[in-house]
Write a protein that binds this ligand. Sequence first.
Ligand code: AMP
Ligand code: ZN
Length: 487
Amino acid sequence: MENQKKLQIYNSLTGKKELFVPLHDNYVGMYVCGPTLYSEPHMGNMRTFINFDLIYRYLLHLGYRVKYVRNITDAGHITNSAGYEEDSIGKAARLEQVQSLEIVYKYNLKFQELQRIYNLLSPSIEPTATGHIQEQIEIIEQILQNGYAYVVNGSVYFDTQKYMQDFNYGILSGRKVEELSTETRSLNAQDEKRFFADFALWKKANPEDMQIWRSPWGDGNPGWHIECTAMSTKYLGKQFDIHGGGMDLKFPHHEDEIAQSCGSFGCNPAKVWMHANMLNVNGQKMSKSFENYFLPKEIIDGTTSLFKKAYSANVIRFFMMQAHYRSTLDFTESALDAAEKGLSRLSEGIKLVEKITVSDKSSFDVQGVIQNFYEAMNDDFNAPILIANLFDAVKFVNLINDGKETISSDDRALLDKEMNGFIYDVLGVELKTASSHSKLNPVMDLVMDLRQQARQNKDWTTSDKIRNALEEAGIVVKDGKEGTTWS
Ligand code: AMP
Ligand code: ZN
């Protein structure tokens, strides 16, 4: 509990690291913008969710009761790709010739599977935009009533100029409205807006729209930003502790969320705004639109052309933890190989700490070694430093094993508990190797043999059937260049 009081978090709103003091003792309310499920999340999306999983895990580890809300965008993410404004999910549905919610359901199943594979804890609740249309309408009504929005031809726009008379638009992103004018593309709705920086709260329906809702302003769709204001308010209140998302959401999405909250309730929704940095490919943000992405399943299946072999989800997670959440990260083969080696060193260390011989007293400051774990994470969730500190602990364990240092029984138990706690509970890395599944091993040998035979006979139906059934049982089979493995 002592460590709860020492947590410092970098607040994007102030540009500083600040001591974290929750609004209510022992409780943390955290909202993170979730995926838009018009396609399978790519590795970049997963990095952001893995980073917030680490943050969630450490808050839990410190003993906080955390209400973690992460939404699912299943409507309203409007793009201007086809020459006219269109909901990205509606677009995917049109292209795949299915209904919008079929698209969302299909990709949500994939997303949930990825969370299991990459060992993400489930949020407390995952609300959807389509399940909260009424709440969105009510907030828009409140903004209209307060005079910060206007209705044009069945659409509702946020009135940025009116808002700027009372609040600071740009408080989070630091963007100046004058600079924005050069960035704004000519959207269809541009002529409906009073001012170029105004954004849609509600859009009048197009005849082609797949999903349409009734509203006081006629049939239409919610704007992109309003769902997060509606859902964060509903589940966490008008003000809560932490609001997070990827760096690319800072503007306009989060700036507009702040404007909507101030425009309806008069206050910034979150005390701390946290932004996770991007996963890059050769220095460029991984993105669907740049076509430089790979899928989180491809890298563990060894089917991406970028890498010669497959890597386990554990290795990838551990690799990601070696970069601070506010730094960019590039995937390279050599770095992944190094992470694989590092992970097995840590694994050996953890096994050894259970076995080392104890003495009357410790020859080094075991409490200090452990305190370093907390200090790293208390410094804005610095997982790379935590990992370096865990390796320091492994060094001591090896020295004890070589008879060059000693440890008392109590200290050994403490070190064992804390190392395990930080590796499994905080970093979310599983070190258990196949040998710890001793009862399963002979069965798996048989199953893998049968699958190998099927593959040799080019009986892909059987080999896929085995692989899929195993996957359902939580066992991931990887066909790498150096043979087939399972975990
Ligand atoms: P989206 O599904 O596009 O709404 O994105 C879901 C989350 O993934 C958001 O928090 C984005 O900021 C984040 N994201 C998108 N691209 C990347 C990337 N290349 N690296 C890290 N996070 C990303
Ligand atoms: Zn959001």
